[in-house]
Design a protein around this ligand. Structure first.
Ligand code: A2P
Length: 262
């Protein structure tokens, strides 16, 4: 960007796209070059988008790659008439996207009080900030156990999360750091699969406790990312368990953030 850059684009980074992977008809992931000066904390989001009719069209996207990685990864839904995702889904290698390089967000380790076990509850593309955190060694320095859950309507929608967990287990360095600290629970609600049901129901009916032990507000910390309805239900369950919501300015027992929807 130069002095000639239109005002609307000033301060914006242009990133080359690569590694586009269409996971399902409704979801895809892609990578971008990471500007050398760009720093963020695992779990944060940025505004990314495209130039449409000469104006930047930007939406909030969680960065799915960890803070140490030299590229940036994003995981997106495709909405047929969504202003941005209807265009983003047609990205091909070598295209560029715009990014406002100001990372923000509450799904960061700094917003949680110290604890022993970290729960990362997600639905759909809400898994994006958590696949950043589960690939960050700092998460395992701070917690003895990490439980990541993703609930989707259909089995194929779980593939991205499964692939990332498999990548961690296959990575020489990360697998050593992670060891047996990471538990991945992937469930569906509409298509038949070995593990079915919403996590909110699993908490209420004792199935989650049976799988990993009961929630304990004294030592468990929780991050939640999904639809508004999902956030509200999980938040109420955290509060009922005696947890207090945290923020960057005041760490707490749990933090929430709405997943991107176009
Ligand atoms: P369900 O199929 O029972 O609605 P969506 O695509 O609508 O955002 O849903 C993604 C996943 O989140 C689905 O499996 C859906 O289950 C689940 N879900 C929707 N609402 C809630 C909620 N309030 N609490 C927990 N999970 C939810």
């Amino acid at each position: 960007m130069t002095d000639e850059t239109p005002k609307a684009l000033r301060g914006m980074a242009e990133l080359a796209v690569s590694g586009i992977h269409h996971w399902t008809e409704r979801t895809f992931s892609f990578r971008c070059a990471r500007p050398a000066s760009f720093r963020f904390r695992s779990g944060e989001f940025v505004m990314i988008g495209l130039l449409v009719d000469g104006k930047p069209l930007l939406r909030a996207y969680s960065i799915a790659s960890p803070a140490w990685e030299d590229h940036l990864e994003f995981y997106s839904i495709k909405v047929e008439d969504g202003p941005l995702t209807s265009r983003l889904q047609h990205l091909t290698d070598g295209d560029t996207i715009l990014m406002r390089p100001k990372p923000v967000g509450t799904l960061v380790l700094d917003a949680l009080l110290p604890g022993k076990r970290l729960f990362l509850f997600s639905t759909g593309t809400g898994i994006a900030p958590f696949v950043s955190l589960i690939r960050d060694p700092e998460t395992y320095e701070k917690f003895d156990e990490v439980v990541i859950t993703q609930t989707c309507r259909d089995v194929a929608e779980l593939d991205y999360g499964k692939a990332i967990v498999a990548e961690i287990r296959g990575d020489e360095m990360l697998s050593e750091i992670v060891g047996d600290k990471l538990t991945h629970i992937a469930t569906t609600t509409r298509e038949e699969s070995p593990e079915m049901g919403r996590m909110t129901d699993w908490i209420r009916n004792g199935r989650l406790a049976a799988a990993v032990g009961p929630l304990d507000a004294a030592t468990d910390r929780v991050m939640i990312c999904g639809s508004m309805a999902m956030l509200q239900e999980h938040k109420a369950l955290c509060e009922a368990a005696g947890m207090v919501e945290g923020a960057n300015s005041e760490p707490g027992g749990f933090v929430i953030e709405k997943a991107f929807v176009d």
